[in-house]
Design a binder for this molecule. Structure first.
Ligand SMILES: Nc1nc2c(ncn2[C@@H]2O[C@H](COP(=O)(O)OP(=O)(O)OP(=O)(O)O)[C@@H](O)[C@H]2O)c(=O)[nH]1
Ligand SMILES: [Mg+2]
Length: 281
């Protein structure tokens, strides 16, 4: 059985680095999902993983039309049901464009209709984050300064639009249940312990109240929020983390923040969880 999920998110939101990290995780076979067969073409994911192994995040996808698919057959247990998952990594510029102009290309539309699950990425401290402090006063201020330059669509408006796309396009799961979307808050390693303890859901409520409202009342899809750190630290500033990755590789590094039954947020080393949940396993 083949199931595809789509990876959605604006520019600089962490999609590519996640795909590159999740392949070694699927290959290691210690998580909820594992690779049941060697994928046919994994040059792209290996390339991304190589950046991580060398102690750097992989660079952003350069071209708006960039699209690279990672297709892998996974199973939840040895000899168990196999599922082919197709994970297209599409440039965030393209998603931003889609949100701004209210339309997606036909091929992307087909991709989304074929999918019954998605991962929606949003990143902590992204430079691509567009966030007018106060929409009215900042607009007036800019006008007074004679600077009418448009900052572009605010990130949370874009995210609400993307969520709406998912709501109208995703198909129900083969068992008839609602499509599932994992909201992935990436670079969750850079928040302090207090914010970590409150969790990525609370972070969204605070940073993007409009999006949080949508998440609260959306009916057509099932949602779950995860925090994500692909290597357990910020390779740009955390030298200890970089050294350790270079020396010991990625095994045991990186985690997903998940909410336990008591409402506490815990680090789970299983990086396949946001995908496992989105494909309904
Ligand atoms: N600290 C930290 N930073 C991360 C993590 N994952 C990604 N980043 C940062 O986020 C940046 C963007 O990540 P990408 O994976 O390129 O994001 P993308 O969504 O593919 O971006 P586009 O290709 O522009 O759509 C990286 O260059 C890193 O600086 C993480 O787990 N921790
Ligand atoms: Mg990318």
């Amino acid at each position: 059985m083949s199931r595809s999920i789509v990876l959605v998110g604006g520019p600089d939101s962490g999609k590519t680095n996640f795909v590159g990290r999740v392949w070694p995780a699927l290959d290691a076979g210690t998580g909820r999902l594992h690779a049941a067969e060697q994928p046919v073409d994994i040059r792209f994911v290996l390339d991304v993983a190589d950046h991580l192994y060398s102690g750097n995040f992989a660079p952003r996808s350069e071209h708006a039309e960039d699209r690279r698919d990672f297709e892998v057959i996974v199973a939840a247990e040895k000899g168990g049901d196999q599922t082919t998952i197709v994970i297209p990594d599409i440039s965030g510029e393209l998603w931003l464009n889609a949100a701004e102009h209210g339309e997606v290309s036909t091929s992307l539309m087909e991709e989304m209709r074929a999918a019954s699950g998605a991962l929606l990425f949003v990143r902590v401290n992204s430079e691509a984050d567009v966030r007018p402090l106060d929409w009215v006063t900042s607009k007036q201020l800019l006008e007074r300064l004679g600077n009418h330059e448009d900052q572009g669509m605010p990130t949370q408006v874009m995210l609400c639009e993307l969520l709406r796309f998912l709501e109208v396009t995703l198909s129900e799961q083969p068992n008839g249940e609602k499509p599932r979307v994992s909201i992935v808050v990436s670079a969750w390693d850079i928040v302090d312990s207090e914010i970590f303890a409150r969790g990525p859901k609370a972070w969204i409520e605070r940073e993007y109240p409009l999006l949080a409202g949508r998440l609260g009342d959306i009916e057509g899809i099932d949602l779950r929020v995860f925090g994500l750190s692909v290597v357990g630290g910020d390779l740009k500033v955390d030298e200890a983390c970089r050294d350790d990755v270079q020396e010991n590789g990625l095994d045991g590094r990186g985690w997903v923040a998940v909410e336990d039954d008591d409402g506490n947020w815990q680090k789970d080393p299983d990086l396949t969880l946001p995908i496992a949940w989105a494909v309904g396993s």
